[in-house]
Design a protein around this ligand. Sequence first.
Ligand SMILES: *Cc1c(COP(=O)(O)O)cnc(C)c1O
Length: 364
Amino acid sequence: MNDRIFNFGAGPGVLPEPVLHAAQRDLWNVASSGIGIAEHSHRGKVFDAIIGDAERECRELGGIGDDYEVLFLQGGASLQFAMVPMNFLPEGGTADYIVTGVWSEKAVKEASLFGAVHEAGSSKDRNHCYIPAPDAIRYSASPAYVHFTSNNTIYGTQWRTEPVPPAGVPLICDASSDIFSRPIDISRYGLIYAGAQKNLGPSGVTLVIIRKDLVEKGPRTLPTMLQYRTFAKEKSLYNTPPTFGVYMMGQVFRWIRQQGGLAAMAEINEEKARILYDYLDGSRIFRGTADPEARSRMNVCFRATSEDLEKAFLAEAARRGFEGLKGHRAIGGIRASIYNAMPRSGCEALVAFMREFEKANSGG
Ligand SMILES: *Cc1c(COP(=O)(O)O)cnc(C)c1O
């Protein structure tokens, strides 16, 4: 049928096949211009239309109002870990972070370089296998903002609904691994950021959705490239943007819209996750690591009864065309990342293989 295998990698991850076909064509010659997408000036008409489309599609998908800017930046989510406190954590202020995994910890580390951080909640006591309950979250007296990670890529947990910050305090979210995998109420957020390489496109471009009143809050003494206002004012064209990444994101947004938008995407993603978790719940050799009510629909993390069995499983899986299943190097185990672009057939094929593997390795 085709020469591609199932890629369960955590990121860069699988992309929608129709998008890849369009990119193949447009790398050669985009919009009948005689020039490929990676070769166009970012100041020309062709790219103008492409970035305009990408923003429009993004706004439509997310129901993003005129009171928000949609920015295409670089530096990955990791640069946002620093840009957020640089812009919004004033001297003498405190920022509240809810720590639910490695990425939140990294965000805290960067914020600590600029000011005081209050850990408003944490799931560390049980190795980040759950999401703190609302009544376990304790905000500081007057936080500059509240930061959380909507999906914990490494531990495989995901918030069902966003935490509610104290009135008037902006909610800031690292949504790198679940953005646009389900409906989102943008109006609850001050800023949402996501590196593209999990649900939105290739690495190298970072989507930032920011409420307009926050854009102007950052100090003007920061380097120009680290101020949100620079990119808001210049429509992400202050310097050369990641043009190919922006093009790809636009294509992915359109593809999501063609799937039926975010509500339809959420239904498909839930179904895909259910296929895997249902199997895991009945398995005699594998077990999911996250608490059931906190399970991620994007990253399904599990262990086998022994590390040797995990090794054997990963090797056999790779041989059978299931790639990227090794758990993050920080925690080991097995992880199936099933982002938007992973088809349901990929989850079904993986479960069929796991059943077979279980039968061959459980003495029954
Ligand atoms: C992958 C990931 C990151 C890191 O993104 P970079 O683009 O590599 O900086 C940050 N946060 C989350 C939740 C992630 O999944």
